[in-house]
Ligand binder design. Structure first.
Ligand code: FMN
Length: 157
């Protein structure tokens, strides 16, 4: 739903891992070249079991290798910015200390923040759409528009 209108957004490259790698056979060089060519990386995904879908974890494990992404000579990502754009089934109130899940999205995304920092990237606060279950079509369009506006702001600096 959040992908609505992204393909034509100026300054934004929309890259769908499921479409590119339906069998999870990730082309590491292609992914590294894409990362090298961009200043801001937005990992957009639904929240699955308090985390990313498996294909995105696979991408992290294969693409962010020592000597390229981190380590003494691993400077390819230095100075870039990284953020998550997530959708959740649960409502926003569930993602709080007193809520059903007892923790926040920001806390649950800590492994990605730490990964970004280890790779010399600046981690930006996540963009989150809560309560995808039971959302009306109009609400979905509103969130997609809010997401596009946020991306345009990032492109504009
Ligand atoms: C395998 C699986 C795990 C999920 N885990 C969570 C979860 O941990 N927390 C949550 O709020 N929603 C969870 N959901 C709901 C999804 O986040 C929700 O369906 C998704 O954000 C909707 O966006 P989409 O229409 O782009 O798929 C899960 C859904 C699936 C299928």
């Amino acid at each position: 739903m959040l992908t609505e209108g992204l393909e034509t957004l100026e300054g934004v490259t929309f890259h769908d891992l499921y479409e590119a790698y339906p069998d999870f056979d990730i082309d590491v060089r292609r992914e590294q070249a894409l990362l090298e060519a961009h200043d801001i990386i937005v990992l957009q995904h639904p929240f699955f079991w308090y985390s990313t879908p498996a294909i995105l974890k696979q991408w992290e494990d294969l693409v962010l290798v020592h000597g390229w992404a981190y380590g003494q000579d691993g400077t390819a990502l230095h100075g870039k910015k990284l953020m998550n754009a997530v959708s959740t089934g649960a409502r926003q109130s569930a993602y709080s200390r007193d809520g059903f899940h007892g923790t926040t999205i920001e806390e649950l995304l800590l492994p990605i923040k730490k990964t970004a920092e280890l790779c010399g990237m600046q981690y930006l606060p996540p963009f989150a759409v809560y309560g995808a279950h039971g959302m009306t079509r109009d609400e979905m369009h509103d969130h997609a528009a809010r997401y596009r506006a946020m991306l345009k702001g990032l492109v504009a600096g």
